[in-house]
Ligand binder design. Structure first.
Ligand code: TMP
Length: 254
């Protein structure tokens, strides 16, 4: 079968040309990286699970009127998405202190934050995705002030919805990272949620035990990475498409 033309390869995904103009195919790899590519591994089955989890979450968000790039899942590792111009800003929303916020500000990991906190990072691997303010974003023209207002409003809405959704299946949404893009239609430009939402881009803790069910298992060498991702999928009611072969057998190749 003729392979689709590759447009872009990221650390965990590949983007191919789509079947019709204005569409792309997003392929989920098993590769995992952390600390800006310094730590790498292959986690067998991760791409399949993330494709399903991201499909599920994007569909739920679409249903409540959050515009997303998602069109439909094509197969185990690929989904059809709308072509958007990615805004080079990673938006992080935090509900509980963890990770870089805990380290930077000396707040114990697990402490509830007084309110949800939004942070912005400039999406630039060479610079290690430095934290920036809206001042930088608007001054350097990465996004306009109006676009940032829309992005922040959408991010808070996504946070409220996903926090409730995960709470309902016994999971605390500690923090997560999302990206947005510009969708160009005829004479109109719209901001839409892009990229993915999966245990690669969220911190998800079991409500009762605080067990980590996300990429921190890889970052911190806690083991059972794919099993944790699978547990998230299981709780969301997403069952593996086929038998044990695809997502059940999981191994890590360092
Ligand atoms: P941090 O505590 O390391 O800043 O991460 C905050 C959230 O953002 C966490 O849920 C993991 C996610 N994240 C990404 O998805 N990609 C990244 O490159 C980084 C640094 C964090």
């Amino acid at each position: 079968m003729a392979r689709r033309r590759q447009i872009y390869e990221g650390k965990a995904k590949v983007i191919f040309e789509g079947p019709e103009p204005g569409t792309l195919v997003q392929y989920f790899k098993d590769d995992a990286t952390a600390f800006n590519n310094k730590k790498r591994a292959t986690i067998t089955g991760k791409g399949v699970i993330n494709n399903r989890i991201s499909e599920f979450l994007m569909m739920r968000l679409n249903e409540i009127g959050v515009p997303t790039h998602f069109l439909r899942r094509l197969n185990m590792r690929e989904q059809l998405i709308k072509e958007v111009e990615i805004i080079p800003v990673e938006v992080v929303i935090r509900n509980i202190a963890a990770g870089s916020l805990a380290t930077r500000l000396g707040i114990p990991e697990g402490q509830a934050l007084p309110r949800s906190i939004i942070e912005h990072y400039y999406k630039n691997d060479e610079l290690g995705d430095p934290m920036v303010s809206e001042e930088h974003i608007t001054a350097f023209g990465w996004a306009s002030a109006q676009e940032m207002d829309e992005i922040v409003a959408l991010a808070l809405r996504i946070n409220d919805f996903l926090s409730g959704l995960f709470f309902g299946v016994g999971i605390r949404l500690v923090d997560f990272k999302i990206e947005f893009g510009r969708l160009y239609t005829n004479d109109d430009v719209r901001i839409v949620l892009a990229d993915e939402i999966s245990p690669d881009s969220c911190r998800l803790w079991d409500l009762k035990t605080n067990e980590k069910l996300d990429k921190d298992r890889f970052r911190r060498d806690l083991g059972n990475i794919a099993e944790a991702y699978q547990e998230v999928a299981r709780r969301l009611g997403i069952l593996p498409e086929s038998g044990p072969g695809d997502v059940m057998s999981t191994k890590v190749v360092q």
